[in-house]
Design a binder for this molecule. Structure first.
Ligand code: CMP
Length: 137
């Protein structure tokens, strides 16, 4: 079933010049880019996006990181896109992410892990509405 998922190419990927490499992987897989926008977000969008993590010990560092510079938000579409993109991204902790995944190939950091993707149909719906309200429907 065709799905849409929200992906963030985080500030570490932008500053390292990895946006093209990461986009190319998604495109080669056959996913379609429905929307894409480079922006620098403020703390309130970070708090809304990561609502389930606000209050956790690592959250202040995560908020500083995601608001530190430009990121690229995109909507990807394709068959089972939510699960496919999560598999392509790899484990959250890049040190444990499998070779062949974006994090496994390109990052060695637990927290600065290059990409974010919606983890379920419910979170995709919530995140798409938050980041791209004009697409909600
Ligand atoms: P992401 O997929 O964007 O979802 C939550 C983010 O929090 C995660 O990627 C990491 O960047 C970060 N994160 C999750 N767990 C930890 C942790 N234990 N320590 C530091 N950062 C974390």
């Amino acid at each position: 079933m065709s799905e849409r998922t929200l992906v963030l190419i985080k500030p570490d990927a932008v500053s390292r010049g990895l946006v093209g490499e990461i986009l190319a992987r998604y495109e080669r897989k056959g996913l379609s880019i429905v929307a894409m926008d480079q922006r620098t977000i403020d703390a309130s969008l970070s708090d809304a996006h990561y609502a389930e993590h606000v209050g956790k010990p690592f959250y202040p560092g995560l908020r500083d990181f995601v608001t530190s510079g430009p990121l690229v938000a995109l909507v990807l579409e394709g068959d089972q896109a939510i699960d496919v993109v999560r598999q392509m991204n790899g484990a959250t902790d890049s040190r444990a992410a499998a070779p062949g995944t974006i994090r496994g190939d390109l990052s060695l950091s637990k927290s600065e892990n290059l990409v974010h993707a919606s983890d379920s149909a419910d979170s995709a719906k919530r995140e798409l509405a938050l980041w791209f309200p004009s697409l909600a429907g």
